[in-house]
Design a protein around this ligand. Structure first.
Ligand code: AMP
Length: 189
């Protein structure tokens, strides 16, 4: 099984590159952001709880997102592998994912971390806001909060995978195809 954690700050290209990786390696895409937005669209209790955090650019509490992921893994028993996109976003989430995957004997192969300058991130998010319809992509203050949350709570996840020898930094600037090629090289190494 090919299990990949695709990592990086908001706007680094995780969603775009996930789509290409899924196609090439036939993986199942698990994006906690997408799952949460679907919950909001369906007006579920979980969605209503999560929306209050997402609207402010804050992370949703760990126990909410951790609980969502296990059932998604179990619903895809025949998967060739998973791309975890936007998860784990805290060290507690990374620890919980490790336990979940160890119980199922399907470890993470590598954590690919897309590195993009802050200026470029803000530019990409505001641009995406013009077409995505996502309120959190349209407001510079919310974007700033999301980047702050990333630096404070999410960036430490790098050390978690570095200790396991699974951290692979990838230059996330350049064309979509150039970045995709770098990701594929790191996966196949
Ligand atoms: P994304 O689509 O990955 O940019 O996520 C959009 C928003 O959903 C984030 O700003 C968070 O509020 C929330 N979110 C998504 N994934 C997670 C996660 N793993 N942990 C906590 N909050 C999350």
């Amino acid at each position: 099984m090919l299990n990949i954690v695709l990592f990086g700050p908001p706007g680094c290209g995780k969603g775009t590159q996930s789509e290409k990786l899924i196609e090439k390696y036939q993986l199942v895409h698990l994006s906690t952001g997408d799952i949460l937005r679907a919950e909001i669209a369906n007006n579920t209790k979980l969605g209503i709880e999560a929306k209050a955090f997402m609207d402010k650019g804050q992370l949703v509490p760990d126990q909410v997102v951790i609980g969502m992921i296990a059932s998604k893994i179990d619903n895809n028993k025949n998967a060739k592998g998973f791309i975890f996109d936007g998860f784990p976003r805290t060290t507690a989430q990374a620890e919980a994912l490790d336990v979940m995957l160890a119980e199922r004997n399907i470890p993470v192969k590598c954590m690919l971390s897309l590195e993009v300058d802050k200026e470029e991130l803000v530019k990409r998010l505001l641009n995406r806001g013009l077409t995505s319809g996502r309120a959190d992509d349209q407001n510079p203050e919310i974007i700033e909060n999301r980047i702050k949350e990333y630096n404070a709570k999410t960036a430490p996840v790098i050390q978690f995978y570095e200790k396991q020898g699974k951290f692979r930094p990838i230059k996330g600037m350049g064309s979509i195809d150039e970045i995709f090629e770098r990701l594929c090289k790191a996966i196949e190494k």
